[in-house]
Design a protein around this ligand. Structure first.
Ligand code: NAI
Length: 228
């Protein structure tokens, strides 16, 4: 796998494979064919084979995939076999919701600290994590070996805070603020926009409704014609 470029599309699909394989493991399934996985995941078997072949193809003819092995290998590829120390900047609704979600820790994402500028929030503790003021941000990042930061602050403040985080050594930003961040090449940003996802959902439901309405209209027209 070393030195081999894996397409973005494949990387986007890997967490879903990981989730399904985890569920299979939990229900005691040790091996699975690409056809079975295909039925469960509603992805074509050839897509599955193609995707997993990127990593040297962990399947064997007539045996299928070893679920545990594949699960472990995908975890390695995604880097979730290691610990990632994370901070949350912006301890409002969203920041606190993220902090309250305990499952990130199971994937190796350890929330080390939360930061906010609101004096009413500073000093509060969310699921054992204290909300701190911004003064010791840089020191905290260095002391706690933090590489990742979730940005859950207003978009007007995000670029300035992102610069501060990058200067302090942050290498990965999980950006929820609705603004594109300019960061150096050695820093990665993952933008998460729930509203964009909701707009895609809106598009899909509207297209489906429009299509059904057109089909109904055509059918009505045909029935009217047949009747005459
Ligand atoms: P909120 O107002 O509850 O929380 C924002 C927090 O950021 C406040 O506690 C505020 O004191 C703090 N803050 C402001 N400037 C700061 C700074 N320089 N350093 C540290 N903390 C600072 O807002 P909410 O609902 O939690 O949303 C947070 C951000 O996330 C907003 O920009 C919002 O538009 C965005 N958002 C994004 C979503 C997405 O899917 N990407 C979904 C929901 C919200």
């Amino acid at each position: 796998m070393e030195g081999r470029e894996i397409s973005k599309a494949v990387i986007t699909r890997l967490p879903r494979y990981y989730r399904y394989l985890g569920e299979l493991l939990d229900s005691g399934v040790e091996r699975i064919s690409s056809n079975e996985l295909s039925t469960r995941m509603k992805v074509t078997a050839s897509q599955i084979r193609q995707d997993l072949n990127n990593f040297g193809g962990f399947g064997q003819q007539g045996y299928g995939y070893n679920v545990k092995y594949l699960h472990t290998e995908i975890a390695k590829i995604l880097g979730i076999d290691r610990q990632h120390n994370l901070i949350i900047v912006g301890a409002g609704n969203l920041g606190q919701a993220i902090a309250n979600y305990a499952n990130f820790e199971k994937r190796g994402f350890i929330i080390k600290g939360m930061f906010d500028i609101n004096p009413r929030l500073i000093g509060l503790v969310v699921r054992g994590i204290e909300i701190r003021g911004g003064d010791d941000l840089e020191q905290f990042i260095a002391d706690n070996d933090v590489q990742m930061a979730a940005l859950t602050i207003p978009k007007t403040k995000a670029p300035e805070i992102a610069d501060r985080l990058v200067n302090a050594g942050i290498k990965a930003i999980w950006n929820f603020a609705h603004v594109d961040l300019n960061v150096p090449d050695d820093v990665v940003v993952e933008n998460v926009h729930l509203s964009e996802s909701l707009m895609r959902l809106s598009y899909r439901v509207c297209s489906m409704q429009d299509r059904l309405a057109q089909e109904k209209e055509k059918l009505n027209a045909k029935q009217e014609k047949d009747f005459k």
